[in-house]
Design a protein. Structure first.
Length: 122
């Protein structure tokens, strides 16, 4: 069974994995794609995004777009990271399948899933 398009990466706490500090951010994102979705990826471009809801900024950052090698359904993945409360980083990788056709779609899907999880008290 192929993992779903919304797979949220694990976090790498500061100092916990020394080899992670030697990797570039793009290499870490490539690793997240490989770990979460089981395929290799090649970086294509960086897309700055600013998402708003009811006039308020809900997300701002850069989404890295990758071409996937060997995935049965997706040709692209959208990936980014954010700081965790524990001082590390959380890596997100979303496949470009179904309704996910752009970096903006990927960010909106993750925001919606996070809001749903928060609402459900999970």
């Amino acid at each position: 069974m192929t993992p779903g398009p919304l797979r949220f990466g694990g976090s790498f706490e500061a100092g916990r994995e020394n080899h992670m500090s030697e990797m570039s951010e793009r290499e870490r994102l490539r690793k997240a794609i490989r770990d979460l979705h089981g395929v290799d990826a090649t970086h294509l471009r960086s897309e700055p995004l600013h998402e708003t809801f009811q006039g308020q900024t809900v997300w701002e950052g850069i989404v890295e777009v990758f071409a996937l090698k060997g995935h049965p359904k997706a040709g692209l993945a959208y990936a980014w990271s954010h700081a965790t409360d524990g001082g590390g980083r959380n890596y997100i990788a979303v496949l470009g399948v179904g309704p996910i056709r752009s970096a903006s779609d990927a960010v909106r899907a993750v925001l919606a899933a996070a809001a749903e999880t928060e609402h459900d008290g999970r």
